[in-house]
Ligand binder design. Structure first.
Ligand SMILES: Cc1cc2nc3c(=O)[nH]c(=O)nc-3n(C[C@H](O)[C@H](O)[C@H](O)COP(=O)(O)OP(=O)(O)OC[C@H]3O[C@@H](n4cnc5c(N)ncnc54)[C@H](O)[C@@H]3O)c2cc1C
Length: 495
């Protein structure tokens, strides 16, 4: 079992920071008693925990500015936090640091059906934007499976994706403008209300920067019209390799489905009793292939996709006949992560991206690793994007199982790099994949990342020790494997 994290800060320092924060925000916005800060000890990667010294919940931008200035003056480290659904430990606190939570900072400021944009505060939930846009026939396209809970600030920081990002793009393609506060308390606007902005494209640099460059205080998102019609095909395959090849064949046929997802047999068997989505639990793999557009476009595309899937060896094909059935087919995929909890006490969700044509090869590699590490793995993919989400199943009560899961995960990411892919697709690096950054990037590339970080945050106060590994860390990683994200020699210089 994961033991609760213990406090690890000097009481006098805590008092100093609490006093400074209470001078700039109302007292009820500053949490420091252990029972109040405990809920913030981890994000969705619950295996890694750290109790924060202080949590502060600003209610407006002026308070964020004041908090940043206060923390900067005291040289206290800050971890921005949205809804805490992140899966890479990006919002994991620092022992003697401050968590800045945007939970109270959750107003939709403007909904403009003419420019098809919305201006929202960072704590607004992803799904709440689409709900507010629905009366105008619009919605916000990036749809992480966590969209009922995750915040737009977190989405910006992670460059989040979702099942419909194959056709509509990731967060970076759907955000026009970000307003953020630097560690020194300066307000900076990146991007603009128009499709382009003067100067360097710092918006693209900022999106996906995992809370290391500034705290997001306002986001302008693009909205897209709700398609007139949408239908989804569920195709069964008796072999994961055939399923993987079918994904490449659909794209090679010139079709960009609205969503193209794959689940292996372990995943569909794990989900079906829970969600009753109607999945073929005897298939080795199922593909969900969605088409949207006008009724005529959908009919034509569904016909073409059916032909490609049949030619790729599908053993059964079912197509949603109603909106209710379409949502039911997706509900299984969207609930895959929580369903893992039904068959395993713990799971470790990996996130790598590979060229689509390598799907089958990587699936076979993962099957070999299951034997090597003695752990099961359920595979769920944003297959059209080549984005893998292997869920490694383990029991933290059994000695060494989590460690084996970490090694298993790291080896999957190494395989992703080996076949020409990357160590993350949409969940970010955080603390979870920081060692794998050593595999993906050369020392010169990592130094370039540090230079960028220093340009925004010279004192390394904003979410430090996440996402970019030091030379020392990589040297250590080459010699040994790190457990629970912890360094063996934490005293080594950071930069
Ligand atoms: C069941 C489940 C399913 C998921 N499915 C998907 C999926 O389909 N696609 C996907 O991409 N992700 C998915 N995720 C991961 C997660 O939901 C996303 O990464 C999401 O964007 C995190 O948002 P959050 O508000 O919870 O951020 P948090 O977890 O609170 O923080 C994430 C990162 O953002 C930073 N951050 C948060 N707010 C701010 C801010 N205002 N300013 C600056 N930095 C900030 C934090 O420091 C941290 O580094 C899933 C997670 C779960 C638990």
């Amino acid at each position: 079992m994961n033991a609760p994290a213990q406090p690890s800060f000097a009481p006098a320092r805590q008092r100093e920071v609490v006093d400074a924060l209470r001078r700039v925000v109302p007292a009820h916005c500053v949490l420091f008693d252990e029972e109040d800060t405990r809920p913030y000890e981890c994000d969705g990667l619950a295996a890694y925990r750290q109790l924060p010294m202080v949590v502060v919940l600003p209610e407006n931008e002026a308070q964020v500015i004041a908090i940043m200035k206060a923390c900067h003056a005291l040289q206290v480290q800050i971890v921005p936090r949205g809804a805490g659904t992140g899966l890479s430990g990006g919002a994991m606190p620092i022992a003697d640091g401050v968590v800045v939570s945007t939970a109270k900072f959750n107003q939709i400021l403007k909904m403009d059906k003419y420019s098809r944009t919305a201006v929202v505060q960072p704590g607004v939930r992803n799904l709440a934007i689409s709900e507010a846009a629905a009366p105008h026939g619009l919605y916000y396209a990036p749809d992480p499976s966590s969209q009922i809970a995750c915040s737009i600030g977190g989405n910006v920081a992670e460059n989040s994706g979702g099942v419909h990002c194959l056709k509509y793009g990731l967060t970076v393609h759907n955000v026009l403008r970000v307003r953020m506060v630097t560690i020194e308390g300066d307000v900076v606007e990146l991007g603009s209300g128009a499709l382009d902005a003067p100067g360097l494209d710092l918006l693209a640099v900022f999106i996906g920067s995992e809370g290391m460059l500034g705290v997001v205080t306002e986001v302008t998102v693009k909205l897209v019209p709700k398609p007139q019609a949408a239908r989804v095909i569920m195709a069964s395959f008796d072999d994961v390799v055939k399923g993987g090849n079918a994904v490449a064949n659909v794209i090679a046929a010139g079709i960009i489905p609205a969503g193209l997802e794959m689940m292996d047999k372990t995943s569909s068997r794990m989900v079906e009793p829970f969600v009753k989505a109607g999945y073929d639990i005897d298939a080795e793999a199922i593909l969900l292939c969605e088409s949207d557009g006008t009724v005529e476009e959908v009919e034509e595309e569904i016909g073409r996709m059916t032909d490609v899937l049949n030619a790729s060896g599908a053993t059964a094909i079912a197509c949603s006949q109603s909106e209710a059935e379409r949502l039911r087919f997706w509900s299984g995929r969207k609930n895959a992560f929580p369903a893992a909890g039904r068959i395993s006490p713990d799971y470790y969700c990996m996130d790598g991206t590979i060229p689509r044509k390598k799907l089958a090869q990587v699936l076979l590699g993962i099957a070999e690793m299951e034997k090597k590490y003695g752990l099961r793995c359920a595979n769920v993919f944003h297959a059209g994007d080549g984005n893998l989400h292997p869920l490694i199943l383990f029991d933290a009560n059994i000695a060494d199982e989590f460690h084996r899961a970490e090694l298993f995960g790291a080896e999957i990411l190494e395989l992703c790099v080996e076949v020409g892919g990357t160590i993350t697709g949409e969940h970010g690096v955080g603390i979870e994949k920081i060692n794998s950054m050593c595999v993906q990037f050369s020392p010169a590339e990592r130094e370039a990342f540090f230079k960028l970080k220093r340009a925004f945050d010279p004192a390394f106060l904003l979410n430090p020790d996440k996402a970019i590994p030091t030379l020392h860390r990589c040297a250590e990683y080459g010699k040994m494997h790190v457990q629970r994200g912890q360094l063996r020699f934490p005293d080594l210089p950071r930069f």
